[in-house]
Design a protein around this ligand. Structure first.
Ligand SMILES: Nc1ncnc2c1ncn2[C@@H]1O[C@H](COP(=O)(O)OP(=O)(O)OP(=O)(O)O)[C@@H](O)[C@H]1O
Ligand SMILES: [Mg+2]
Length: 273
């Protein structure tokens, strides 16, 4: 009998924030191999903050974070670098190197982190560009490709080291509906083909519900809901339904919350005026 698979990422009662400011409290979550897990929430709710905690850029204020079975709290230097090499990250905005062409952008992580031959780099990069439909764009400069194509190049770059875990921060931002659907399907097929797991950070309900195994919704500084897309669609929660239906009225506030840091800043400004 094969043992049950271990989670790739586990958060147990995790609080995250910056200095005195706590963005999220008491977060429990789990990402299993093979899963696409969508993290949803309004702007400023803490999605990118969560991603930074998975990559170890941000430490938990309290609670425990384990990635690939390792406790992230004490991890620094080489062991942290090794963990990061097992992850692919598509950063918000997906910045490409504009002075390199498409091919060199995707080849970059291979040159940085492996010692494989030029021949192997060529084959691997063309293979990943093929997967995102851009094999024949390998020679183009970044200034010569569209925004949607750039997103796909960034996707190919994020998976070129064949990571066990891929983190996508807003991969759909600024894409037209067709590119958006294609990108979402690519995330699903990449996950299935590589046998990895994907954490998908997005506002886009329809596309993420179409491809995700599990969905987490954060807001008001906490985890509001979690479940399969079908479970969440059926749940009776005002916040959840407001988010899913994109209604402007409801418990989700539009205004950034007032903090002591703002009050101090305003007092200083008024003192100067
Ligand atoms: N480096 C930082 N230092 C201090 N506060 C930060 C920092 N980065 C983010 N924040 C704050 O943390 C909160 C969550 O930000 P985060 O970037 O995680 O939101 P988000 O859900 O990714 O939003 P968006 O959908 O707009 O990308 C915000 O209130 C933001 O102001
Ligand atoms: Mg963000």
């Amino acid at each position: 009998m094969t043992p049950p698979p271990s989670p790739l990422v586990t958060f147990a009662r995790v609080s995250l924030g910056y200095g005195e400011f706590t963005v999220l409290r008491d977060i429990d979550l789990r990402v299993m191999p093979g899963q696409v897990v969508a993290m949803m929430g309004g702007s400023g709710s803490g999605k990118t903050t969560l991603l930074r905690a998975v990559t170890g850029q941000l430490r938990a204020q309290s609670g425990d974070i384990a990635v690939f079975g390792q406790d992230m709290a004490g991890l620094r230097g080489e062991p942290l670098r090794e963990i990061r090499q097992r992850m692919g990250v598509l950063f918000q905005g997906g910045a490409l190197f504009t002075d390199l062409n498409v091919f060199e952008n995707v080849a970059f992580p291979l040159r940085e982190h492996t010692c494989i031959s030029e021949g192997q780099i060529l084959e691997k990069v063309l293979d990943k560009l093929q997967a995102v439909g851009l094999r024949h764009a390998a020679h183009l400069r970044i200034s010569e490709i569209s925004g949607g194509m750039a997103r796909r190049v960034a996707l190919a770059r994020a998976v070129v080291l064949e990571p066990e875990l891929i983190l996508y921060d807003e991969p759909f931002a600024g894409l037209d509906p067709i590119s958006l659907g294609i990108t979402a399907q690519l995330i699903r097929t990449m996950t299935d083909q590589l046998g990895c797991a994907s954490i998908l950070i997005t506002h886009d309900v329809a596309e993420s519900f179409a491809i995700a195994d599990q969905v987490y919704l954060i807001g008001q500084g906490r985890l509001i809901a979690q479940g399969t897309p079908a479970q969440l669609s059926a749940a009776q929660d005002d916040y959840l339904q407001q988010f899913l239906q994109g209604r402007p009225d409801g418990p989700i506030g539009f205004h950034y919350p007032q903090t002591p840091a703002f009050d101090r800043w305003l007092t200083t400004q008024r003192g100067l005026a």
